[in-house]
Design a protein around this ligand. Structure first.
Ligand code: URA
Length: 197
């Protein structure tokens, strides 16, 4: 299965579901998790890879990290039903290990095709794996966050992964930074909309 001929997000998702490019993940996954895009959304959120809950449900960010993300999105006025959500890897790595470089490269054409089909004005890359996908292997969230970047003519905001926010706790820096970056993303979206009028 290849991403070529774009079509709609759902047509693309149907092709992603048949992907067998990574032999190990094809065997260990319960199902492929292509991502979710309600009609007409302007924002794409990109995480790392499905975890156990997402592998079971077939939907990204439904576990603890997803619940935190949902509540932060709600706080900044960008509710989950107004954003698209996907991951760098569409299959769960066994035992939630880090995605391997080769897996990321094999999966890259799917995310590229999703961006082309969705045509988001703003992309939010959450965590190191997503930051590297957009900004290259030397990308570090701490260096890239807090300022809007450009990804092929689209606004890109890099921030911490909600799992890091959970790991470091309610007083930890990643939660504060993520909250701040999501608020910045919502403001930026507003100003991009005003500019487009
Ligand atoms: N972490 C991610 O990066 N993506 C998910 O979908 C769930 C947890």
């Amino acid at each position: 299965m290849t991403p070529d001929a774009a079509g709609s997000w759902d047509e693309l998702a149907a092709r992603v579901r048949m992907c067998t490019a990574c032999p190990e993940l094809t065997v260990t996954r319960t199902q492929v998790v292509p991502g979710v895009a309600p009609p007409g959304v302007e924002v794409l959120i990109v995480g790392e890879a499905p975890g156990a809950r997402e592998d079971e449900a077939g939907v990204p960010f439904v576990g603890r990290a997803g619940q935190l993300l949902d509540s932060l999105l709600e706080e900044v006025g960008l509710p989950r039903d107004r954003v698209a959500v996907t991951n760098v890897l569409k299959c769960r790595p066994p035992s939630n290990r880090k995605p391997r470089r080769l897996e990321v490269e094999r999966c890259r054409p799917w995310l590229r095709a999703q961006i082309a089909v969705l045509d988001p004005v703003l992309i939010l890359a959450l965590g190191g794996t997503a930051a590297e996908w957009f900004a290259g292997a030397s990308a570090r969230v701490a260096m890239l966050r807090a300022q809007p970047l450009d990804y092929e003519g689209r606004a890109l905001i890099v921030s911490y992964h909600p799992s890091a926010a959970i790991r470091f706790g309610p007083r930890g820096m990643p939660l504060a930074a993520l909250r701040e970056d999501l608020a910045r993303a919502a403001e930026l979206l507003e100003s991009l909309r005003r500019g487009a009028r």
